[in-house]
Write a protein that binds this ligand. Structure first.
Ligand SMILES: CSCCC(=O)C(=O)COP(=O)(O)O
Ligand SMILES: [Mg+2]
Length: 236
């Protein structure tokens, strides 16, 4: 098992899907919502600079393919690409603001994050979802707006989550020592990449998500369990 020799983390960097939010919420609520609302968004907001940029990036990545068709293909493949993530974020913004979407975080998340923040830890998010989408998820939870818990948000602008260079960029941008940072994710390949960059890592294997525990990294079934493994407060 890797990452056993480091001190108590000062920073916790958190994945979203499968770590703080059920996979089912992303795949059965958020993704279908974006798929249903994307055509109208493209038609109604063609002058929105975010839409314009996303469409330009789509054309660059898939020359000659109609944008709507390419976006459908990416949604079918759950592709983690910047233009799709920007557009999904815009669709969700309407949903959250109209009260149609409310993020259903795992019950242990907010109490544990509050305990960590209260103990002086820095909390940050790294998700494939756009920064705007991350802020919406944590801005519209069943527990209210919990975005003030987080000091930083990172998305695919720093690179993909299975690439060690992305974690090097994150710690460099934030001014953190890699060994001070604990990265929590359900996906082993993401943990492998973060560990390669010198971060401490722990897999969150939620039974509700059916996450299969790997053998290379520490594993916890919840954030309080991860807290116990790393000497952090557990929360209420
Ligand atoms: C910002 S939340 C929406 C989640 C999302 O779009 C996604 O692709 C899941 O990404 P994660 O990196 O959190 O697994
Ligand atoms: Mg995940």
């Amino acid at each position: 098992m890797q990452n056993t020799g480091s001190g108590t983390p000062r920073v916790v960097l958190l994945d979203i899907e499968g770590t703080t939010l059920p996979v089912a919420f992303v795949h059965k609520v958020l993704f279908p919502y974006a798929r249903a609302h994307l055509p109208a968004l493209l038609a109604q907001q063609h002058d929105n600079p975010v839409v314009k940029q996303a469409l330009a990036e789509t054309a660059q990545l898939a020359p000659g393919v109609p944008a709507a068709e390419q976006l459908e293909r990416w949604m079918d493949a759950d592709a983690k690409v910047v233009p799709l993530k920007s557009l999904q974020g815009l669709c969700w913004e309407q949903g959250y603001r109209q009260g149609e979407l409310v993020a259903e975080l795992y019950a242990d998340v907010v109490p544990t994050l509050k305990a960590w923040k209260g103990a002086g830890l820095t909390l940050a998010v790294y998700s494939s979802g756009s920064k705007a989408a991350q802020k919406l998820i944590y801005g519209y939870t069943e527990q209210g707006d919990v975005t003030p818990l987080f000091s930083a948000f990172f998305d695919l602008e720093v690179g993909g989550k299975k690439d060690a260079a992305s974690y090097r960029t994150i710690v460099q941008q934030a001014g953190w020592a890699p060994a001070d940072v604990l990265f929590l994710s359900d996906v082993v390949a993401e943990l492998d990449a973060a560990a390669q960059a010198g971060l401490q890592v722990c897999q969150i294997a939620r039974p509700e998500d059916g996450t299969v525990a790997g053998s290379q990294h520490k594993v916890a079934a919840s954030l309080p369990e991860a807290a116990r493994l790393f000497g952090l407060p557990e929360g209420a």
